[in-house]
Design a protein around this ligand. Structure first.
Ligand SMILES: Nc1nc2c(ncn2[C@@H]2O[C@H](COP(=O)(O)OP(=O)(O)O)[C@@H](O)[C@H]2O)c(=O)[nH]1
Ligand SMILES: [Mg+2]
Length: 404
């Protein structure tokens, strides 16, 4: 269990197993939703699940379930109810009526966390853009929320007649934010051009897998790493020297399943570093039961960024926390992920993926970091030789580049 602050809002979380989806999987999804809620500052007092073929058009869960949740909420001073799926504006409205408390969907929760974590003007602008894009089609319902959250930007009290005006205001705001982002993008593109000579390596991966910890280890820098989701929203670039080779290493925002599309869109420029990287370090938290699916989610997002085919090193992190349960010989149940030893996992990965290099490490215990450095060195060297074939520049550490 997490350590919750006493003033935390009390939340219930709600997940649906559609068409016989495996219950363990639904449980893993809700673990993640609970972690998201915790990151946003809530304490989850109860989780509800339901098996459904398709969501109820009015209340998402069935009517009976909705009543059951509503009475729990009444009896236990619950402040918010969080759904793992995206709700339609009318479902949100109906459910708020039945529950009598604030209702959020997963997208809303993720946007809220991003808003709370954005530090730089760049990140703040990107999150704000994503929030307005989320808001626009939901204006009929979000109006009161809008008034509360965005009271400062000149929007007035509720009323259906004013919605058109508000839509226009929000569209203007979106246009302005996009302009601002374009300006920042141009500045960043210039900065990147200035260091174009160096090979560029990008850390990518699911959120909370240890990217920033690895960045700190390799570059001896001090980037915020924390056991919460999305501790890092900006891209940090550092020069790293391994052996006689210098390259640039970047650490950026992590991915998550069902990352709101508007967020991926508005974070495109933060993710430029990934798009333009020569080598990707795809970090995986091997101690997480859902690491296989997390890899798939990261690959999907990479393919959205047109970066899936890049030269990739798979970095399996947190081997110190990997718990392997040996299967009894008379156990007739099918083997699960937990029944594979690290060695078996290594073999599977190397076998399935002969071109993609992989390495198993613990960033926390500093286990096998030399192997990671060697692998990196080899890959960077190959690129160097290809890019500067007649140049002994290879053995010269280039001058200090600009970092941000
Ligand atoms: N057990 C264990 N925890 C780790 C390891 N590497 C990182 N962590 C922890 O995982 C959490 C997330 O790390 P962070 O670097 O912020 O992940 P990021 O979101 O991918 O940047 C932090 O609490 C780290 O201390 C590791 O090798 N083993
Ligand atoms: Mg990070």
């Amino acid at each position: 269990m997490q350590d919750y602050p006493t003033a935390a809002e009390r939340a219930v979380i709600i997940g649906i197993s559609f068409q016989g989806q495996d219950e363990t999987l639904t449980g893993e999804y809700l673990d993640e939703l609970e972690f998201l809620a915790f990151t946003a500052g809530a304490v989850v007092v109860r989780r509800f699940t339901q098996n459904l073929d398709s969501p109820n058009s009015r209340t998402f869960v069935g009517t009976g379930k909705a009543g059951e949740i509503a009475s729990y909420i009444r009896d236990n001073q619950v402040d918010i109810a969080v759904f793992d799926d995206e709700l339609t504006p009318s479902q949100l409205r109906n459910i708020e009526k039945v529950f009598g408390c604030r209702v959020l969907d997963r997208t809303n929760l993720i946007l809220d966390i991003f808003a709370g974590r954005a530090r730089t003007a760049h990140a703040k602008t990107q999150v704000e853009l994503a929030q307005y894009q989320y808001l626009l089609p939901r204006l009929t319902r979000m109006w009161t929320h809008l008034e509360r959250q965005r009271g400062g930007i000149g929007l007035r009290g509720p009323g259906e007649t004013e919605i058109e005006t508000d839509r226009r205001i929000i569209r203007d705001k979106i246009a302005r934010l996009k302009e601002q982002l374009m300006k920042i993008d141009r500045q960043m593109a210039t900065q990147r051009k200035n260091r174009a000579k160096l090979i560029r390596v990008s850390l990518v991966g699911y959120t909370n897998v240890g990217k920033s910890t690895i960045m700190n280890l390799l570059s001896k820098s001090d980037i915020f790493a924390e056991n919460k989701l999305f501790a890092t929203l900006d891209t940090t670039v550092r020069k790293v020297v391994v052996g006689n080779l210098a390259f640039l290493l970047s650490d950026t925002v992590g991915f998550i399943r069902k990352l709101p599309h508007s967020l991926v869109e508005s974070f495109k420029s933060t993710l430029d570093e990934v798009r333009e990287a020569d080598i990707l370090l795809h970090v995986v938290d091997i101690s997480h039961p859902g690491f296989g699916e997390q890899i798939a989610v990261v690959n999907e997002t990479l393919s959205e960024l047109k970066s899936l085919g890049k030269n990739t090193i798979m970095v399996f992190n947190k081997i110190d926390a990997y718990d392997f349960v040996e299967k009894d010989a008379d156990d007739l149940l099918p083997a699960t992920k937990r029944n594979y030893s690290l060695d078996e996992l290594k073999k599977t990965w190397m076998g399935a993926n002969p071109d993609n290099r992989s390495v198993f490490i613990s960033a926390r215990r500093k286990t096998n970091i030399a192997a990671l450095r060697n692998l990196l060195y080899e890959e960077v060297r190959k690129l160097h030789v290809k890019r500067y074939p007649y140049n002994d520049f290879l053995f010269v550490v280039p001058p200090e580049p600009e970092t941000e």
